[in-house]
Design a binder for this molecule. Structure first.
Ligand SMILES: [Zn+2]
Length: 80
């Protein structure tokens, strides 16, 4: 028996991800459609929750911040 995955909760922090897609609404209405998710962020998501639950805004923000500072040089900043 495995723990059921809640698609409404962020797989990283466990807080509500506020994803409209998870609550059955149209794809276009969700904030995540307009956000860019760096591919590296999925490496911090537990395997069993990958593609099953959305990452929340806060975690995306936090990840981007740390990724830009630690991994990505100035070239990536120019892109934004
Ligand atoms: Zn989160």
């Amino acid at each position: 028996m495995s723990i059921p995955i809640d698609p409404k909760c962020c797989p990283i922090c466990g807080k509500p991800n506020q994803c409209d897609r998870a609550s059955g609404k149209t794809n276009e209405s969700c904030w995540c459609v307009y956000e860019k998710f760096p591919p590296m962020i999925f490496t911090v998501v537990p395997k069993e929750k990958l593609h099953k639950a959305c990452i929340c805004k806060e975690c995306l923000k936090a990840f981007k911040k740390s990724a830009i500072q630690e991994v990505v040089p100035a070239a990536a900043l120019a892109e934004v």
